[in-house]
Design a protein around this ligand. Structure first.
Ligand SMILES: [Zn+2]
Length: 256
């Protein structure tokens, strides 16, 4: 885990080794902070908690962008505070709990399963806390009830598992119209004014130009995927066997 880096005023990001997974911390007034998707291995989450303590920061709430195992982690050291998610995401985390536990046990064993994937449904436009306004952007791309956050004061979009420089769009296959839903999610994010810093759930932090570049790249991938064009499979982000398999599966889903 690389230590927390300030990517925008009051926005700190740490990046885990596995899947280049990001953890984000929004600094509020006093010692308060909001922790988004802390990840990934138990030692890394513990390290994050230790670094917050060393900086004198105290988590007052968490936010989970979506109910996949790598985005619903927590540790006792981060404190007994509400970990919000969209209502749909919180519901899914509960319904799919067994599968989530299977995923984390296989890929990142050793987390406290009592604290794992315990989300508080938040039917709101903003995360309720004293710190910088964190606007919730809920959509059904990648997963139903996926909630990105926009920290308007810092011009920072926490995109969750969208707009990655390392991953192609990964569809929510539970949807009757996965590509349409994905496009709607991208459109929602594209409508956010004044994004100056983009933090993807996996991959590297980008600036405003990079935000628009990734929107284009994701839309180009979806266009090609939908047409059944070979260009989809040539997306430069398909750099490993896992993503190749994901792409092949998505291709088959649309063209069977
Ligand atoms: Zn993820």
């Amino acid at each position: 885990m690389r230590p927390l880096t300030e990517v925008a005023p009051g926005v700190l990001v740490a990046t885990a080794e596995k899947y280049t997974t990001t953890s984000t911390v929004i600094v509020g007034p006093g010692a308060a902070c909001l922790v988004v998707d802390p990840a990934l291995m138990p030692a890394e989450v513990a390290g994050l908690a230790a670094e917050l303590a060393a900086r004198g920061l105290q988590p007052v709430a968490g936010w989970s962008t979506h109910p996949h195992w790598d985005h619903v982690l927590w540790s006792a050291e981060l404190g007994d505070v509400p970990r919000y998610a969209t209502p749909r995401a919180a519901q899914t985390a509960e319904h799919e709990r067994d599968g989530l536990i299977e995923g984390v046990t296989e890929s990142a064993p050793g987390h406290d399963l009592e604290l794992f994937a315990r989300l508080t449904p938040l039917p709101a436009d903003h995360v309720p806390w004293e710190g910088p306004v964190a606007q919730i952007l809920a959509h059904d791309a990648h997963e139903a009830g996926h909630g990105a956050l926009f920290i308007s004061g810092a011009g920072t979009l926490l995109a969750g598992d969208m707009l990655s420089d390392l991953e192609i769009p990964l569809l929510y296959e539970g949807s009757p119209d996965p590509v349409g839903q994905y496009r709607a999610g991208l459109d929602l994010l594209a409508g956010v004014q004044d994004v100056r810093v983009l933090v993807p759930g996996h991959g590297h932090v980008g600036d405003g130009a990079e935000f628009r570049r990734r929107l284009d790249a994701d839309r180009r991938y979806l266009d090609a995927l939908e047409r059944g064009a070979p260009a989809a499979g040539q997306d430069e982000r398909i750099g490993n066997d896992w993503l190749r398999a994901e792409h092949d599966r998505q291709f088959r889903l649309l063209h069977r």
